[in-house]
Design a protein around this ligand. Structure first.
Ligand SMILES: NC(=O)c1ccc[n+]([C@@H]2O[C@H](COP(=O)([O-])OP(=O)(O)OC[C@H]3O[C@@H](n4cnc5c(N)ncnc54)[C@H](O)[C@@H]3O)[C@@H](O)[C@H]2O)c1
Ligand SMILES: [Zn+2]
Ligand SMILES: [Zn+2]
Length: 366
């Protein structure tokens, strides 16, 4: 089967033929219909993702059709439409059994982040060399072998080239608003960075009932989309400009919720400085490891909260069906998030577009 492989950072991906094993117990082979390309894939190519160690099949925003189920798979059959979630819980550790699924740090989940199965191995190889699938997904490929716990069955009527976005960008963005910040009705929010994830933070804050949503981005095209998806105010910023001053010119006391969705630590500080006393800031972006967020300690002292956000606190079995219902009821727009659809051979074009900031999501259709 063909897959887009990262052999080393800073180099284009190579589409090549990999060997794939049959699914082991509890595993499922998915024929990928569509995979979004997220900035976290680009962070991996740029050598800034600590869990993405080459050789690696990139992609972690996939949807497809179940091709084959391994022994012990009880919830899926061949032909089911599925979304591959970003991380699946192990289901058996104390945290999972207590219902605290997002805090599962069992060996199974840790292996999963590095693209390994619970036995520490991968089911993909190239000429005898094991190749890991990014986050246990590796969706920039024709096929993926995934643990059943990482798959969520969806209504077959939902187009897979839209459903795939629920693998990462949509769940992370919506979850940042609903699960992490717990945005309250009538509140005021600011979102710094309106790309594939940030536009979903905007949609999440709108769904939660925020009545004022301030979108900030360097690109007018992103702000136009933000406005279509629920932003009430759009602030076009220049790189390096003080975003907190621009936001506070609109909301003098600061906003109830501020989100950084770029992955740049000075912007985390700017978002934090935009929040009011008692307000909440969520760092959704993934800055490079080792970088430091600088905040004035007295501003934290005044009852402000700064929160992290791994995958939007997403519990796949709860959050992906919730997202699909919002899509089907018209409260969540997925169509506007996909600008370009390309075959696997052209996968590197998706990264060029992401670097230039031209598109929200390019969807690759293997
Ligand atoms: N927390 C998580 O689990 C999680 C999940 C997915 C993605 N991420 C991270 O979220 C970040 C965003 O991902 P994405 O896929 O939306 O990326 P993206 O490239 O689609 O969007 C980034 C946006 O930020 C804007 N931007 C760039 N510089 C800016 C500046 N100085 N001020 C304001 N806006 C600016 C760009 O124009 C673009 O619209 C990345 O760091 C990604 O790795 C985190
Ligand atoms: Zn992602
Ligand atoms: Zn667990």
């Amino acid at each position: 089967m063909r897959a887009a492989v990262m052999h080393e950072p800073h180099k284009p991906l190579v589409v090549e033929e990999l060997e794939i094993e049959s699914p082991h117990t509890g595993e499922v082979v998915v024929r990928i219909a569509a995979s979004g390309v997220c900035r976290s894939d680009l962070h991996a190519i740029e050598g800034e993702s600590p869990v993405s160690i080459p050789p690696l099949v990139l992609g972690h925003e996939g949807a497809g059709i179940v091709e084959e189920v391994g022994p012990g798979v009880t919830g899926l059959v061949r032909g089911d439409a599925v979304v591959i979630a970003l991380y699946g819980p192990c289901g058996t550790c104390n945290d999972c059994r207590a219902g605290d699924i997002t805090n599962c740090w069992s060996e199974t989940r840790t292996h999963n982040m590095y693209g390994r199965m619970p036995d520490g191995a991968t089911r993909l190889s190239l000429g005898g060399t094991p190749i890991a699938p990014m986050c246990g997904s590796g969706s920039l490929a024709e096929l993926s072998v995934v643990r059943e716990a990482q798959l969520v069955k969806i209504d077959p009527d939902i187009p897979l080239d839209l459903a795939c976005l629920a693998g990462c960008g949509v769940t992370t963005g919506i979850g940042a608003a609903l699960n992490i910040a717990k945005v309250e009705p009538g509140s005021v929010a600011a979102v710094v960075g309106c790309g594939g994830v940030g536009l979903n933070v905007i949609q999440g804050t709108r769904i939660a009932g925020a009545t004022r949503i301030i979108a900030c981005d360097t690109q007018q095209t992103k702000l136009d989309l933000a406005s279509d998806l629920g932003a009430t105010d759009c602030v076009r910023v220049e790189p390096g400009e003080s975003i907190s001053e621009r936001i506070k010119a609109l909301v003098p006391g600061g906003v109830d919720y501020a989100f950084e969705v770029v992955g740049h630590t000075p912007l985390v500080s700017e978002a934090f400085d935009s929040a009011r006393t008692g307000g909440t800031t969520v760092m959704v972006g993934a800055p490079p490891p080792g970088t430091q967020v600088t905040i004035d300690s007295r501003t934290l002292f005044s009852d402000r909260k700064l929160l992290g956000c791994l995958g939007g606190g997403n519990i796949p079995a709860r959050d992906i069906p919730r997202i699909m219902r919002h899509y089907q009821q018209g409260t969540l727009n997925l169509e506007k998030l996909v600008e370009t659809r390309i075959p696997l051979e052209r996968v590197n074009e998706a990264f060029d577009a992401l670097r230039k900031g031209e598109t929200v999501r390019t969807v690759v259709q293997p």
